[in-house]
Design a protein around this ligand. Structure first.
Ligand code: PLP
Length: 403
C-alpha cells in the first residue's frame, strides 16, 4: 500500500507540469511560525512561503476575517465598486507617500503593470521611450515583461526575444549613468535584491540611481515585493535608502497568504493613465482586500516595531554565528530578511541539515542561505532557529575533521 505521501507525489508526477524541483515533504497544516507534515512533525518555518505568510500560519484574525468575507461576498469584478479597495489604497498611500494604487494578483503582475505604466507615462508625454534599465542579480518575476528585467540568463534565454533591457552591475554606480539615455522609460531595482542573494543596494549606488533618474528623466520603479511591507521593519526599504520611487510593485506579504499584488503610483505617473489603459478581472477583489486589511492593521498596530526588534535579535544572533563559523563569509540583509553566504556545497548541506532538524531555510543564488521568517516570529523562535544552524555547522565542521 502506498502511503498518503507517496500517493500525493505520484498523482503530481503524472498530472502536473514538471517545473518545480520540490523538496520531498508534504505539509498538512500550520500554526504560527510552524508547519506540520503529514506525520504531524513540526518544522520551524524561516521561509514563510517565500515571505508570504507574513502573519504566520493559520493566523486567527486572518482566518476569521477571510471566513467572514467568504460568507459575505468574495468577488464582483472591477465593473463595480466595493467597499474595501479604497481602504487598502488609502493605507498603502499613507505608508508609501505614493498617491494611488492599482490591485492585481501577484508580484509579477505588479511588475508587469509598472513597466506598462512607465511606457504609458512617456507615451502620454508625446516622447515614447521603450527601453528599461535593470540590475544584474535582479529578480522581478516570470511573465514576459518582468522576465525581461530579471537577470538570470538561464531564465530568459529560452523565451527571447524579450523587451529591450540594459543590465547594470549594482557594484558599478558609474555604469548606471552610461546606461541611462533619453530613451530609458524606467530603471527598476529591488532595494534589497532577494533571489539574487540578499544584496542591499549600497549608498553609492542609490546616489547614482537618484542622479541617473534626474539627468535622464527615467522613472524609478522600486520592486518592494520581497523587501517591502515591513520585512525590514520599515514600511518600504526604498525609503530607508533615501530613494523616491515613482512606481512601486508589491506582493508576497500583502495578503498574508491570500494572493494579492499592488502597484503604487505617484500622482505624476497616475495623471498620465486613462480609464481603459489597464485592468484585471480578479485584482483587488473583496477576499484579497479583506486579507490585506488584516495584514496592514496588524503592521500598523505594533507590527513594524516588532519586526525592528526581532530584526535586531536575528541580526545579533547571526553575527555571533558568523564569528564562530568562519565558513560563513558574509551576512547581508536587514530586519527579517537575511542571507548567510558560504560555499555552495556548504549552503546546500546547511539547508538539508536544518531540514533534518526541523528548520526550514532556503538557498538562493547557490551560495546564500536565506531567512524570511513570518513577521510575527518570536525571539525564542529566532534563538531556536539560529541554534539549529549552529548545530548543523558543528556537524559539518566535525565531519571535515573526521575526513
Ligand atoms: C517574488 C518576487 C517577484 C515575483 O512575484 P510572484 O508573486 O512570484 O510573481 C518579483 N519581484 C521580487 C523582488 C520578488 O521577490
Amino acid at each position: 500500500m502506498a502511503t498518503q505521501e507517496q500517493q500525493i507525489k505520484a498523482i503530481e508526477a503524472e498530472h502536473l507540469l514538471q517545473v518545480y524541483r520540490r523538496i520531498p515533504i508534504v505539509f498538512a497544516r500550520g500554526e504560527g511560525s510552524y508547519l506540520f507534515d503529514t506525520d504531524d512533525r513540526p518544522y520551524l518555518d524561516f521561509v514563510s512561503g517565500l515571505g508570504v505568510a507574513s502573519l504566520g500560519h493559520a493566523n486567527p484574525d486572518l482566518a476569521e476575517a477571510v471566513a467572514d468575507q467568504a460568507r459575505t461576498l468574495v468577488h464582483t469584478s472591477n465593473l463595480y465598486f466595493h467597499p474595501l479597495q479604497g481602504q487598502v489604497g488609502r493605507r498603502l498611500a499613507m505608508l508609501s507617500g505614493l498617491a494611488r494604487a492599482f490591485f492585481c494578483n501577484s508580484g509579477t503582475e505588479a511588475v508587469e503593470g509598472c513597466l506598462k505604466f512607465a511606457r504609458r507615462y512617456w507615451h502620454t508625454r508625446g516622447e515614447p521611450r521603450a527601453r528599461f534599465v535593470a540590475l544584474e542579480r535582479s529578480f522581478h518575476g516570470r511573465t514576459l515583461g518582468s522576465l525581461s528585467t530579471t537577470w538570470e540568463p538561464g531564465y530568459r534565454a529560452p523565451f527571447e526575444p524579450l523587451l529591450d533591457v540594459t543590465f547594470v552591475s549594482p557594484t558599478d554606480p558609474a555604469a548606471l549613468a552610461t546606461a541611462c539615455g533619453p530613451d530609458v522609460a524606467a530603471i527598476i531595482v529591488e532595494p534589497i535584491q532577494g533571489e539574487g542573494g540578499v544584496w542591499p543596494l549600497t549608498p553609492a549606488f542609490t546616489d547614482a540611481l537618484t542622479e541617473a533618474c534626474r539627468t535622464s528623466g527615467a522613472l524609478l520603479i522600486a520592486d518592494e515585493i520581497q523587501c517591502g511591507l515591513g520585512r525590514t521593519g520599515a514600511p518600504f526599504h526604498s525609503a530607508t535608502l533615501g530613494l523616491q520611487p515613482d512606481l512601486m510593485s508589491l506582493g508576497k506579504a500583502l495578503g498574508a497568504g491570500v494572493p494579492i499584488g499592488a502597484i503604487l503610483l505617484s500622482e505624476r505617473v497616475a495623471d498620465a493613465i486613462s480609464p481603459g489603459d489597464h485592468g484585471t478581472t480578479y485584482g483587488g477583489n473583496l477576499l484579497s482586500c479583506r486579507a490585506a486589511l488584516v495584514f496592514l492593521e496588524a503592521m500598523e498596530h505594533g507590527g513594524f516595531e516588532r519586526v525592528r526588534q526581532a530584526g535586531v535579535t536575528l541580526g545579533g544572533a547571526l553575527d555571533a554565528l558568523a564569528q564562530r563559523y568562519p565558513v560563513i563569509t558574509d551576512i547581508r540583509g536587514a530586519g527579517l530578511m537575511r542571507g548567510l553566504e558560504m560555499p555552495a556545497d556548504t549552503a546546500a548541506q546547511v539547508v538539508e541539515g536544518a531540514l533534518a532538524r526541523g528548520l526550514l531555510v532556503n538557498r538562493t543564488a547557490g551560495r546564500v542561505v536565506r531567512m524570511l521568517p513570518p513577521l510575527t516570529v518570536s525571539d525564542t523562535e529566532i534563538d531556536k532557529a539560529v541554534g539549529i544552524l549552529a548545530e548543523v555547522l558543528d556537524t559539518l565542521q566535525s565531519g571535515e575533521r573526521d575526513v
